[in-house]
Design a protein around this ligand. Sequence first.
Ligand SMILES: [Cu+2]
Length: 159
Amino acid sequence: MSSAFLIAIVVIVAAAVAPTLATEHVVGDGAGWTVGGPNYADWARGHDFRVGDTLRFSYTIGLHNVLEVSRADAEGCTSSDPAAFPYMTGNDSVSLTSPGEKWYICDLGDHCLKGMKLGITVSAPPPSAVTVPSAVGEVSCGWMHLLMAAYCYWMNMIM
Ligand SMILES: [Cu+2]
């Protein structure tokens, strides 16, 4: 197999995968998930949360946890759902699987009252990552045609 062919495959696969790449948002960035950390409302404002992305909560195991709650619970720093079970590994990856508001608190001690609460709004995935119905033809396949044209042109150049 020629190296040109291998490179062409890599290019095509990369082009197909790139639009669906999800973003991992490290909560609090370098400070992580902690008391006395950043203002998590401010932190959230600087991020674009999309379905398919993940939140990474990083903290010292045992000192904190992550509990998904309702907006009202987050505002009151309580959990009204007795079945809710917190993440507590110290390095929790939380998948954002649906659009809408999501609220997270640390429910240990008075940590939530001290600022360990996070509210985010998850929006739909970018248009390029949305699965296109097969009935939709020419327009949505445009990028593929362009890619194939570029591929043919390039193969003619090197062969
Ligand atoms: Cu805590």
